[in-house]
Design a protein around this ligand. Structure first.
Ligand SMILES: Nc1ncnc2c1ncn2[C@@H]1O[C@H](COP(=O)(O)OP(=O)(O)O)[C@@H](O)[C@H]1O
Ligand SMILES: [Mg+2]
Length: 285
């Protein structure tokens, strides 16, 4: 199977992906609207809160081929479509995956990290494919048209280190419906952790408690993502205690972690064991 085929496959359903009912209902509306006219959707939320998974699950649910493009990596305009090459003295145009996928009916095109292209003009090509006329003239390819029922999903990271939706040019932003996603509520995050990593409900509860304490820490709130909660749980499923699982998953100031752990009333015996583990150096051979 060639690379191209691989990239435009219908993804598999994740049996343990959770979303608020309201968003699920709105996604059904989006699906219907896409049969009437072109639709673009922007998914906004903190890093690791499930944006890419949402796009993938939508494609899986509606049996649409999915392809993903890292907009954050684009360093020059025109880069999505292809490049000029030289073969036996003749120039030719090598077509990239993007024009192929936009001409695939019903495909979902995920534009990842649309707020962070390396080159400010790299987004220019997207304006015309996202607009009502849905076509673009590409040198070397001619007129490239967006196929029927194609949906563009852009994802955008927001948070302290990201500037968020305001960074996206107003004219571009104007073409999207917006879906705002957040970290799931504690009981759902527990469920996600249990079902995806196999840890017990009790351990999942502890992890979610600490993670939420850190997220809501008044001094220095940390945005610990669901992705990180899962990573912490995976270490726990391999036998790490909660403190070690945290220390080896997120960068965190010791004093903040201690405060969070103490307020969870973790057993003192457990702290003992950790100290031995971390102060006793042995040759790593
Ligand atoms: N609501 C959710 N239900 C199930 N798993 C989730 C959910 N949100 C996030 N995850 C899991 O967390 C990880 C990170 O999600 P991802 O979609 O890559 O985040 P983002 O694109 O927002 O950075 C994935 O493994 C995903 O399956
Ligand atoms: Mg993502």
């Amino acid at each position: 199977m060639s690379n191209t085929d691989l990239n435009i496959m219908i993804p598999e359903i994740d049996p343990n992906y959770f979303l608020p009912v309201g968003i699920i209902k709105n996604l059904a509306r989006i699906e219907k609207l896409s049969k009437r006219h072109p639709v673009n959707v922007m998914v906004v939320g903190k890093q690791g809160c499930g944006k890419s998974s949402l796009v993938k699950q939508f494609a899986a649910y509606y049996k649409r081929p999915l392809s993903t493009f890292q907009i954050g990596l684009l360093s020059e305009p025109g880069q999505l479509f292809g490049e000029k090459g030289l073969k036996k003295g003749n120039t030719f145009f090598e077509e990239f995956l993007f024009p192929k996928t936009i001409s695939t009916p019903r495909s979902v095109i995920h534009l990842e990290e649309i707020n962070r292209p390396e080159h400010p003009k790299a987004l220019n090509d997207l304006f015309s494919v996202l607009s009502e006329d849905r076509s673009i003239w590409v040198e070397g390819l001619g007129l490239v048209k967006v196929a029927d029922e194609v949906i563009f999903f852009a994802t955008l990271n927001e948070g302290a280190e990201f500037t968020g939706i305001d960074m996206v040019d107003a004219a571009l932003r104007d073409r999207f419906y917006i879906i705002q996603v957040d970290y799931p509520p504690p009981n759902i995050e527990e469920e996600i952790i249990c079902s995806k990593t196999g840890v017990s409900r009790e351990i999942a509860k502890k992890i979610v408690n600490v993670v939420n304490l850190l997220r809501n820490n008044a001094q220095m709130p940390l945005s610990v993502s669901t992705r990180h909660s899962l990573m912490i749980a995976e270490l726990a499923s391999e036998g790490a205690n909660i403190r070690d699982a945290l220390i080896y998953s997120i960068q965190i100031e010791k004093s903040i972690l201690e405060t969070a752990l103490i307020s969870l009333h973790l057993g003192e015996g457990e702290e003992e064991i950790i100290d031995i583990d971390n102060h006793n150096y042995v040759r790593y051979v």
